[in-house]
Design a protein around this ligand. Structure first.
Ligand SMILES: Nc1nc2c(ncn2[C@@H]2O[C@H](COP(=O)(O)OP(=O)(O)OP(=O)(O)O)[C@@H](O)[C@H]2O)c(=O)[nH]1
Ligand SMILES: [Mg+2]
Ligand SMILES: [Zn+2]
Length: 353
């Protein structure tokens, strides 16, 4: 297969050349199963692992390969390869790692568009939608909101939901689809372009894999009915994988997410809540936190009804979460530094003996 079909471009080519990596095989990570990867190259698919050096020097999860990454590999057996280098990413979707303070989880790399999938019947939650948007906005990924399972509710409710989205989220396309009736598929297919990479994000059971299967025209990913009483929180898809659609687009299916912790460092919150940023220029204090200050233009806008109160509260919640995340990262780095020094001192002592 040609690498161009996987989204290969001149920028990647230039990087490999400038860094003397032309002797390596170039590939794209198409699947990840707990630090074991499948890399697709021009000469086939390989099971791959990273070099010991890459593991040793990795500071956090971002230094490990992720689905969607372009990598330089050395191939060995008919299907074995070692990943030597990750090509710098054009975008990276990440969230706070669940249960590991101060660390991130990389969801996918080199993504052009993210489909934020919510089932309109009961999964719909606008606060969570703003969370996903923040993740996209911190990662230079363009969002498209997909309201799935539209067959389960009536037209009136769909327009209500669309209107509600419009009051808080501007300039993001919203497409209502049904994987049952295929309503909305035409509009969706117009967004899916050759050579671009797409990633589906959303809770478990909203129909991500069903959509993938439908777009592929065959069952690639297992899907399952989730019954509320017996399988609460059960995830059907358990790994991330990249697929190539017939029209030449590339689509990544993900396991459903339960938590969407903000690990924003790139101003995603500011982009998502640009209205708050604009309003805050007229706050009395420059370092206004928009919580209790007098002369806060943001609070005033909420009180006047110019700014949606729920959206404002959601912003404050994520802002706090971000601040907390940043402190835990700093704390972790500090501890690592102390630990690093202990090792160094220890080595010095050993050498002297
Ligand atoms: N009525 C209706 N059911 C759907 C639709 N899309 C998916 N389903 C059903 O919802 C269930 C879950 O679908 P999946 O595609 O497995 O959901 P998923 O988002 O991939 O879930 P995870 O892999 O756990 O993240 C299946 O029983 C599907 O048949 C839809 O548009 N309408
Ligand atoms: Mg799935
Ligand atoms: Zn303020």
């Amino acid at each position: 297969m040609k690498l161009e079909e996987l989204g290969y471009n001149k920028k990647i080519e230039k990087y490999l050349k400038d860094n003397n990596l032309s002797d390596f095989e170039t590939g794209r990570v198409i699947a990840e199963h707990r630090e074991r990867y499948i890399v697709r190259t021009a000469i086939g698919d390989f099971h791959a692992e990273i070099t010991g050096n890459m593991r040793f020097t990795a500071k956090d999860r971002e230094d490990f390969p992720a689905v969607g990454d372009w990598v330089a590999v050395k191939t060995y057996d008919p299907d074995l390869a070692i990943i030597h280098k990750i090509v710098p990413r054009s975008s990276i979707i990440k969230r706070q790692a669940v249960g590991q303070y101060g660390d991130v989880q990389v969801i996918a790399a080199n993504i052009d568009y993210a489909f934020l999938v919510q089932a309109v019947d009961r999964d719909f939650n606008i606060n969570r939608l703003e969370r996903y948007l923040t993740i996209c906005n911190s990662s230079k990924v363009r969002p498209v909101i997909l309201l799935s399972k539209s067959d389960l509710i009536d037209e009136k409710r769909i327009s209500e939901v669309s209107e509600l989205i419009k009051t808080r989220i501007r300039n993001v396309p919203v497409i209502a689809i049904s994987n049952e009736t295929k309503v909305g598929y035409d509009a969706l297919k117009q967004v899916i372009k050759r050579g671009k990479t797409y990633c589906m994000l959303g809770s478990s059971g909203v129909g991500k894999s069903t959509l993938l299967n439908n777009l592929m025209g065959r069952t690639i990913m297992r899907t399952e009915t989730i019954s509320d009483s017996t399988n609460k929180g059960k995830h059907v898809t358990s790994h991330r994988e990249l697929f190539m659609l017939e029209n030449g687009a590339i689509l990544i299916d993900n396991p459903g997410m339960r938590e969407v912790g903000i690990a924003d460092t790139e101003g995603g919150l500011e982009t998502t809540f640009d209205m708050i940023v604009t309003l805050s220029k007229h706050c009395r204090f420059k370092n206004c936190t928009h919580t209790t200050e007098s002369g806060c233009n943001v609070i005033e806008a909420v009180e006047k009804g110019d700014l949606d109160r729920n959206s404002y509260e959601n912003y404050l919640r994520m802002q706090r979460e971000k601040a907390y995340f940043e402190t835990t990262v700093a704390e972790r780095r500090r501890k690592e530094k102390i630990f690093g020094k202990i090792i160094k001192d220890y080595k010095k002592v050993i050498r002297k003996i």
